[in-house]
Design a protein around this ligand. Structure first.
Ligand SMILES: [Fe+2]
Length: 393
């Protein structure tokens, strides 16, 4: 290529369009939840790959001009470079404007990542007094077409009236984060659950599409981290970022997790939370075309870390049913039963599964003692479905 070509305006504009589209594509692809969404569904995979392919349009449209330098090929290059840049810049602007225009801060009095856990002081040899009672629910899916709002109200009231010291909701608050399905969520949480210290973590639906900033604006203080540790006495809760699958859990987070687990005495109680289940039975997801159960990249990467350090309890959502599983000294619970449509026809049972229920909505109560955690799986009517006792020493 002659050096004079590089100085021509048509070449410079094509180059600028190419760089702009590449930068926007990188921004989009690295947004939390996009890679998981592409793995989940062939439609989104193809759609987003199509958008990424637009980056090549300015380059391809330049080729005719490089061969035949005339007015027509110049116009073709300008037009296609302009269209490619316009598509990606509009994507960037629209998504960011929608996030900015979303509901402002929820106004809920939420626990922050740096708050101490509200534990009661208990002597080390006292095995009868609870140090903390924690309620867990997940996947309320406000805004979903198949939501069960009545069950969700019952679960919220149950979580509020069970004497919990804190409640954690493990994501999928909204059906579609960017569409601002949060108005009713915030109103319902204010009405039903305003008297209990509450912490809300995001799920994969909350990130749809590129909507994590939207979620953070409503439910987080500024600059709160995406993965963090909360402590109270000898109780430690580690919240990790796993929303769809292993794509949101990177080497940096792995290093952080290991350093936290190494620093916590073995006799203390450690609970790990994330939206996506780490072990889980599953159903055939027609939209995805695969079984939505144990995810090899998750079970082979994250679970061994937790089990090596004898994490006591892991609680997740994502799958819409109750499940209790164990591997080694670590117990796992799935509680995605707060109001999103329950998953039917479970076709896969995890080898670590000890109990499951996909017919009831409800929540989990975990009562932490100095030597154990007592689990109660409760349905939306307050009926006790299942109990477990986890030894923590
Ligand atoms: Fe969900």
């Amino acid at each position: 290529m002659k050096i004079t070509v590089l100085k021509e305006r048509v070449f410079k504009i094509a180059l600028i369009a190419f760089l702009l589209t590449v930068l926007c594509s990188i921004w989009f692809y690295t947004n939390c939840g996009i890679q998981g969404l592409m793995t989940w569904h062939i439609f989104y995979n193809s759609l987003f790959k199509g958008f990424f392919a637009i980056c090549l349009v300015p380059v391809l449209a330049l080729i005719p001009w490089l061969i035949w330098k005339n007015k027509t090929t110049k116009i073709i290059s300008y037009v296609f470079s302009g269209i490619a840049a316009f598509v990606w810049i509009m994507m960037f602007i629209v998504i960011n404007i929608m996030n900015l225009l979303g509901t402002p801060a929820s106004g809920l009095d939420l626990l922050t990542a740096s708050d101490p856990l509200p534990v009661h002081e208990v002597q080390a040899n006292d095995t009868k007094t609870p140090a903390m009672k924690i309620g867990f629910g997940s996947d309320p899916h406000w805004g979903a077409s198949h939501e069960n709002a009545d069950a969700r109200y019952q679960v919220l009231d149950g979580l509020a009236s069970s004497g919990n010291d804190a409640v954690f909701i493990l994501g999928d608050i909204a059906e579609m984060g960017i569409l601002n399905d949060y108005d009713r969520a915030i109103a319902d949480l204010q009405t039903h659950l305003s008297d209990v210290p509450l912490r809300i973590i995001p799920g994969n639906h909350d990130t749809l599409v590129c909507a994590l900033p939207h979620f953070k604006k409503m439910f987080r203080q500024k600059k709160e981290p995406d993965y963090y540790r909360m402590d109270g006495g000898n109780v430690h809760i580690l919240v990790i970022r796993v929303l769809w699958d292993e794509h949101e859990f990177n080497k940096k987070q792995e290093k952080w997790l290991i350093s936290q687990l190494e620093s916590i005495p073995q006799e203390d109680t450690v609970i790990v939370l994330s939206h996506c289940y780490l072990y889980g039975s599953g159903y055939y997801d027609e939209a995805a075309g695969f079984n939505w159960g144990d995810i090899p990249a998750v079970t082979e990467w994250i679970c061994p870390i937790l089990e090596k350090y004898n994490v006591d309890l892991v609680v997740n959502g994502h799958n819409h049913f109750f499940e209790y599983l164990e591997n080694g000294n670590t117990s796992y619970s799935i509680v995605g039963t707060m109001g999103g449509k329950l998953d039917e026809d479970l076709i896969y049972t995890s080898p670590y599964s000890l109990w499951q229920n996909n017919t009831d909505f409800g929540w989990l109560e975990a009562t932490v003692y100095t030597d154990r955690i007592e689990l109660e799986f409760i349905n939306e009517s307050g009926k006790l479905l299942h109990t477990e006792t986890i030894k923590t020493r």
